[in-house]
Design a protein around this ligand. Structure first.
Ligand SMILES: C[S@@+](CC[C@H](N)C(=O)[O-])C[C@H]1O[C@@H](n2cnc3c(N)ncnc32)[C@H](O)[C@@H]1O
Length: 214
């Protein structure tokens, strides 16, 4: 069986960045659009209560099974000190506790939302006071800077896919990207004031927002 740490793709590449942004004091984390559940399983090594939610029932079933297989194969303590709760549901409407999660993370998910501003507001509302929201997202290039990073992504893809091997996730994808990076950054500035923005290679951006304690 291929172990999680042996897998590489454009989303997994940024799981370290996400995990590093999660406060070490976090007790609760929510992985939005968890897909195959690799990030949720990884966060459960350090966060006691992790929830993975996805609107696709089939991918949640695969996530649940693969997390259970990993526990059986390697022993619970090697994989996770906590447990992941898996939920089939739409993050925009599912009944979840607001202002609860010390970390809300979403990788390659928010471009699926019908309205990005509404989706970001929902993720912000789920984040606990003092908690952190971490997004790795996809958008369309529209500037020279974007295109330079796209070119860097082509090189990185060639190197990593040859040296690490490319693992294709099984989660639903949406090929059409509704916003440019510039538009995402503007919407985020309005909905998540003070968020840190980074344009990344491998056709991604990172947004990190800390909810104030008050
Ligand atoms: C491209 S996949 C990314 C999966 C995973 N985060 C990763 O790192 O590979 C996007 C996922 O978001 C899920 N998704 C899209 N809209 C959603 C929503 N409103 N609520 C919950 N999940 C959603 C899709 O079903 C899909 O599994």
């Amino acid at each position: 069986m291929r172990r999680n740490r042996d897998r590489w793709n454009h989303n997994i590449h940024y799981y370290d960045l996400v995990a590093d942004a999660v406060p070490s004091s976090a007790r609760t984390a929510l992985d939005v659009g968890t897909g195959d559940g690799l990030l949720a399983t990884r966060l459960a090594r350090t966060v006691p209560e992790v929830t993975g939610i996805d609107s696709d029932a089939a991918v949640i079933e695969r996530a649940r099974r693969s997390a259970a297989d990993a526990l059986t194969t390697t022993g619970a303590s090697a994989v996770s000190s906590g447990a992941v709760s898996w939920i089939v549901g739409d993050i925009l409407t599912h009944d979840l506790p607001e202002a609860h999660y010390d970390a809300v993370v979403a990788v390659a998910t928010v471009h699926h939302f019908p309205d990005l501003a509404v989706g970001l507001r929902r993720l912000a509302a789920l984040t606990a006071p003092g908690g952190t929201l971490v997004l790795i997202g996809l958008a369309r290039s529209s500037t020279l800077h974007d295109r330079v990073l796209d070119a860097a992504g082509v090189v990185e893809h060639q190197v990593y896919s040859r040296t690490r091997g490319f693992w294709q996730h099984s989660a639903p994808v949406q090929m059409s990207l509704p916003h440019t990076y510039t538009e995402v950054r503007e919407i985020a500035a309005a909905e998540l004031p003070g968020a840190q923005w980074r344009r990344l290679p491998l056709w991604r951006y990172a947004l990190i927002w800390k909810r104030s304690r008050r």
